[in-house]
Design a protein around this ligand. Structure first.
Ligand code: GDP
Ligand code: IMO
Ligand code: MG
Length: 429
């Protein structure tokens, strides 16, 4: 009986989870997505080719790993089939390597419209990706959502009609100026589109819970591919500036059907600095030229929406929180090459709240809005890391930077990213 290792984002997403998954997938049989939808964007560069993965697990790029979309995911069929076509064009055998849970909820056209309408009506914007994620999870928890298996049921057309009509009224309520809604949601067209999607997706749909458990029972190597991240978690993030799922360890279980005792290593992924896209508090954000420099050096523009990411120094207070919430056993630190271009690097080691210092994170907005970072300065200037193949070959200052993180958080840094390419990864045993 083998265990499933998990990869989880520690901050506000885009830590380079895709790249770590791609590395681990080299000797994995299965990679499963547990939560979120096409709000995720995982970039992987292989031999100069850039893949932007939104729904299909990045692990599939190994060429021998089965990608599983778990029951906790909200799935937009149009986006899925585009990804399938793109991967097929790159030579991937999707019939063999893609599985979709029959219990995953389906994103319908009105979900995106409602996402936009709600965001427009909000006085304090969340800055959602506009992919309909929140409204799709609302339907799930309100118990009216359509699951993959419902696309093949005899009452599918009736349920789709009922949902589309009732939600159309809701969109008009929140966004009365939206005159296109009637046309976009014209029922027969929506139905025909989804009936076609259903047919195309049918070969992939199965009971993924049983598939995953059997894989572990047969001693196969499984990975859970986190999307979003700890501080975007609906329960453990900076609510309401969060996504609508649990990207933390609990969501890994409920989003796949794996049990707590099936979990092996829990890898937390961070960048050697931090970033956030969308609204909400961000204690170590740099709104000055230094933040701009991090953005340019790290190419910090969203994979999903193209939005410039907010950037700042690494926050060890938040990282300690992510370790607690997820039970992290080791870390992956990406973009060591990027941070190493600064001569001096600041790392946040505590928060100052009205004159009182603390190392304990809280998601209370009042706390986060008044917290000021307390920095410790470390040496940068790591030089060109392109040819470095092991931790021992790194310059002293780079090794000290990594050791500083380990010392403060109390878990090892196992993976170190030194560039965007698949091969730019140092692994420590
Ligand atoms: P994810 O959503 O967590 O998978 O991360 P994204 O793919 O959205 O964002 C991470 C970005 O950093 C992508 O453009 C990656 O190609 C890039 N990246 C990942 N690791 C490294 C690294 O070690 N160095 C550099 N320079 N780029 C990296
Ligand atoms: P990956 O997997 C970064 C953010 C959005 C917004 C908030 C809510 O690439 O790390 P949503 O559309 O989910 O309702 O938006 O969450 N967000 C992400 N930010 N990376 C992601 O995924 C994100 N997924 C959602 O920007 O602030
Ligand atoms: Mg991303």
């Amino acid at each position: 009986m083998s265990k499933a290792d998990v990869v989880i984002g520690c901050f506000y997403g885009d830590e380079g989870k895709g790249k770590v998954i791609d590395y681990l997938a080299a000797d994995a049989d299965v990679a499963v997505r547990a939560t979120g939808g096409d709000n995720a964007g995982h970039t992987i560069k292989i031999d100069g080719v850039k893949y932007a993965m939104h729904l299909i697990p990045s692990g599939i790029l190994s060429g021998h790993t089965t990608g599983v979309i778990g029951n906790g995911v909200v799935l937009n069929p149009g986006v899925l089939l585009e990804e399938v076509a793109n991967l097929r064009a790159h030579g991937y055998d999707m019939g063999r390597y893609l599985k979709i849970s029959d219990k995953a909820h389906v994103i319908l056209p009105y979900h995106r419209l409602l996402d936009a309408a709600l965001e427009k009506a909000r006085s304090a914007k969340i800055g959602t990706t506009g992919k309909g994620i929140g409204p799709a999870y609302c339907d799930k928890y309100e118990r009216s959502g359509l699951r993959m298996e419902d696309l093949y049921a005899c009452d599918f057309k009736d349920r789709l009609r009922e949902l589309t009509n009732s939600r159309q009224a809701l969109i008009c309520f929140y966004d009365p100026e939206n005159t296109a809604v009637r046309e976009t949601l014209a029922f027969e067209r929506v139905y025909e589109g989804y009936a076609r999607y259903a047919e195309e997706m049918e070969p992939f749909v199965c009971d993924t819970l049983t598939y995953l458990h059997k894989a572990l029972e047969e001693g196969k190597k499984a990975l859970v591919e986190g999307a979003q991240a700890t501080l975007l978690d609906i329960d453990f993030g900076s609510y309401p500036f969060v996504t609508s799922s649990n990207p933390t360890i609990g969501g890994v279980l409920t989003g796949t059907g794996l049990s707590a005792s099936d979990i092996g290593e829990v890898y937390g992924v961070i960048k050697a600095y931090s970033s956030r896209v969308g609204e909400g508090p961000y204690v170590t954000e740099l709104t000055d030229a230094v933040g701009d420099r991090i953005r340019e050096l790290g190419h910090e523009y969203g994979t999903t929406t193209g939005r410039p990411r907010r950037c700042g120094w690494l926050d060890l207070v938040a990282l300690k929180y992510a370790k607690r919430v997820n039970g992290l056993t080791a870390l992956a630190v990406n973009h060591l090459d990027t941070i190493g271009k600064f001569d001096k690097i600041q790392v946040c080691v505590a928060y100052d709240c009205g004159g009182k210092q603390t190392e304990d994170f809280s998601t209370s907005l009042e706390f986060l809005n008044q917290a000021r970072p307390v920095y410790q300065e470390l040496a940068g200037g790591f030089g060109d890391l392109a040819g470095v193949r092991s931790f021992e070959e790194l310059p002293l200052a780079a090794r000290e930077y990594i050791r500083f993180i380990e010392g403060r958080i109390g878990i090892p840094v196992k993976f170190i990213g030194t560039g965007a390419e698949r091969t730019a990864m140092l692994v420590r045993e």
